[in-house]
Design a protein around this ligand. Structure first.
Ligand code: SF4
Length: 709
């Protein structure tokens, strides 16, 4: 991972690392500037697909707000300092806090971009090891932690997450997923709209259940489902299939345990029993179960909507179970395991269970894979006592906007003894840092997608070389992590390309970095292939359909079935031109109408006397924000939807474009107390809220008291 010479005029090929789709890009450079970005038609995975965010890659590169040199804060004043001074200061400050209060007094948060940069992914571990703190958090527990838990319990490893073989399936059942906007999530499949259309074109079906008629509904038969009720629907589908003898696990039967226990678990959940909880007609549930079981191939897939809710773990277990019971697991057109060229599971051992080794100090929330739930972060900073977080390392994240209870975290960060951010932006979170260490990013870095080939619909590999060199006063992420580690422990950090080379060499395709350098569009190793039971990592080498921990979580769902649902539930909204809290500082992605609107159904609007554009006050247990109303039948009655990642109106940031269209933060409403209690994942979808009209679209703002929003 060395610097390149300045770019010559010409065409460069590299993958976009902004999201999970990892689209190949064709980048034209003239006079030292990017003059064009289009999809790389020769990329064997993306076939030329590109989305608006990929087109905006050069905007990030030349963004005047992007930081390149370390900043130190004194009060409200930021001063540029040298790298050696900055690294010395950070290491000394972290050591001072740990010497005074113990190792756990330093908290760490790793944001979503951490897994989209191989430099960070392969080198941050050295710093984490040096710190030795239990107070590690990441975006995982506000996203896909239930997938990991279900994978661990059923297949034996958190990363053995099966993905839908959408290019060969006859029936795609989607719950709480919006791949037309996300381009696939825990499913690397660039060009999802084309792939969804292809299912129908070959005579297949796509059925989508979601409380919002999302962009993906244009490619599916869409049905509304009440937020948080998906686990009950899945149990009911299994109930019908098992009661009617439609199960056919086929060859999976030889290495699968727990079918009888699953049958007993599903027995109470007849379609009639779950009808009012889910909002779905019993006849619809029955037909869906029969159609799914009877399809030549079928696959059930659920994403953020079913993962970031109160029963996320149950949902991911039952989705897998539905695929197994119908024989649609580890087979063409079903749920399958990709075979990545750099396989993070290469050295994994059977029977390892990286969970429950410690709990969070304040609420006793469970550890998973070395991390605690992010919903506990603020309380660990502002609740006095031994083990309280006094210093914080924030890596490529903006948890003030992206984790529940953002306002409380905002206040807690302001009172820390020390904070360092490893981040190229002065954002709503990093403004609290005492030092910001900005790594080189995007087109300046060498990148191999270490993570997302594990979830890709086709087995490919691609090394992405830098287009631009970095300046002498810039540093790569791995140099920053290495520099801090060396100061904390004396051990030298190293260029992660050596580790990458080793992993590729010992991976399934025995590759070298030179092999990849010689293939600028990437290498293709074909579609996913069956790999069970050999790839199972459970202690007994068998697939577990009825894990004890999941069965033990069912009474919680049972209890919820009889609790009256709050009148209004808030859900999030993915947008094609957003990526969580980032990508809001590029002018081309922020053009057009205000996107931070509250969608509500006409019946709810009528009840509240609200019209399009009226300003709505939205109140949850933990906070209140105001957003303009978007009255639409695209959400079901009793459900309102607000996008996440906005809230750029806070002072002291350096995001000039984002600040012009600030919106409000979803996570000022999301309640850290609302969790999937099994996994610790934040339940940011299905938040009870109350609404009131603050003013009409035509009333001037100055004539009404808006309060502290
Ligand atoms: S879908 Fe867009 S953001 Fe995601 S990798 Fe492709 S071009 Fe980049």
């Amino acid at each position: 991972m060395t610097q390149t010479t300045p770019p010559q005029d010409g065409t460069y090929f590299r993958a976009c690392n902004l999201c999970e789709a990892i689209c190949g890009l064709e980048i034209t450079v003239q006079g030292g500037e990017v003059t064009g970005v289009r999809g790389d038609a020769a990329d064997p995975l993306s076939h030329g697909h590109i989305c608006p965010k990929g087109t905006a890659m050069p905007d990030l590169h030349r963004d005047p707000d992007r930081l390149k040199r370390p900043l130190r804060r004194d009060g409200d004043t930021w001063t540029e300092i040298g790298w050696e001074e900055a690294l010395d200061l950070v290491a000394a400050s972290l050591l001072r806090v740990q010497e005074k209060y113990g190792p756990h007094a330093v908290g760490v948060y790793q944001g979503n971009p951490s897994v989209h940069n191989s430099g960070t992914l392969l080198s941050a571990g050295g710093l984490l090891g040096a710190l030795g703190t239990h107070n590690r958090f990441s975006a995982t527990s506000v996203d896909q932690l239930p997938h990991h838990r279900a994978a661990l319990e059923m297949l034996g490893h958190p990363l053995l997450m099966p993905i839908p073989d959408i290019d060969r399936t006859d029936f795609l059942l989607m719950l709480g997923a919006n791949p037309a906007a996300s381009n696939g999530s825990i499913l690397t499949a660039p060009g999802m709209r084309t792939r969804l259309k292809a299912i129908a074109a070959r005579g297949g079906r796509v059925v989508l259940l979601d409380p919002r008629r999302t962009e993906s509904a244009d490619f599916a038969e869409h049905h509304f489902i009440r937020p948080g009720s998906d686990a009950a629907l899945l149990l009911s589908l299994l109930h019908v299939i098992l009661a009617e003898g439609l199960e056919r696990p086929g060859r999976l039967d030889a290495f699968t345990d727990g079918l009888d226990a699953l049958r007993a678990a599903a027995l109470p959940y007849s379609p009639e029993r779950v009808a009012s909880f889910t909002g779905l007609e019993p006849a619809f549930i029955r037909t869906l179960a029969r159609d799914f079981a009877g399809s030549p191939s079928a696959v059930a897939y659920g994403r953020v909507g079913v993962s970031t809710q109160a029963f996320g773990g149950l949902c991911q277990w039952l989705l897998n179970a539905l695929n197994v019971v119908t024989g649609n697991f580890d087979r063409e057109g079903g749920a399958m395991l990709p075979s990545p060229a750099f396989d993070l599971l290469m050295r994994a051992r059977k029977g390892e269970r990286p969970l429950g080794r410690f709990t969070s100090r304040v609420r006793g929330l469970p550890e998973f894979d070395g991390e605690l739930p992010s919903a506990a972060m603020a309380e660990e900073m502002d609740t006095p006592g031994e083990g309280m977080i006094r210093a914080f390392v924030c890596v490529a994240g903006n948890p003030v906007l992206s984790t529940p209870g953002g306002e409380r975290l905002d206040r807690a960060l302001a009172n820390l003894e020390f904070m360092v951010a490893i981040d190229p932006y002065l954002n709503e979170t990093t403004r609290h840092a005492h030092v910001i260490l900005p790594p080189a990013t995007g087109l300046e870095t060498e990148h191999y997608d270490v993570i997302f080939h594990h979830f890709a619909v086709r087995n490919t590999a691609r090394l992405n070389l830098p287009v631009f060199p970095i300046g002498e006063d810039q540093r790569y992420d791995w140099q920053i992590f290495g520099g801090l580690r060396e100061r904390l422990t004396g051990a030298k950090g190293s260029d992660p390309s050596a580790r990458l080379a080793l992993g590729l060499k010992h991976g399934p395709y025995k590759l070298s970095l030179d092999d990849l350098r010689a293939a600028p569009h990437g290498l293709d190793f074909g579609p996913m292939v069956p790999g069970l039971p050999e790839r199972l990592l459970t202690e007994n080498g068998r697939l577990n359909l009825a894990p004890e921990a999941l069965l033990a979580d069912l009474p919680r769902l049972e209890a919820a079935l009889d609790v009256p649902t709050p009148a209004v539930l808030l859900i999030g909204r993915r947008q094609l031109r957003s990526n969580n809290s980032w990508m809001h500082n590029t002018p081309r992605l922020m053009r057009g109408a205000d996107r931070c609107t509250l969608m509500l159904h006409p019946t709810d609007a009528a009840r509240l006397g609200v019209s399009n554009g009226d300003l709505i006050g939205i109140q949850s247990r933990v906070g209140r924000v105001q957003a303009p109303a978007e009255v639409t039948e695209a959400v079901m009655p009793g459900v309102v939807s607000l996008p996440h990642g906005f809230g750029h109106g806070r002072s002291g940031t350096r995001l000039n474009v984002a600040a012009q269209r600030p919106g409000v933060s979803y996570n000022d409403l999301a309640d850290p107390e609302l969790l999937d209690e099994l996994t610790g994942n934040a339940a940011v979808n299905g938040v009870p809220v109350t609404l009131e009209r603050v003013r009409t679209a035509h009333e001037p703002a100055a004539e009404v008291a808006i309060g502290a929003d």
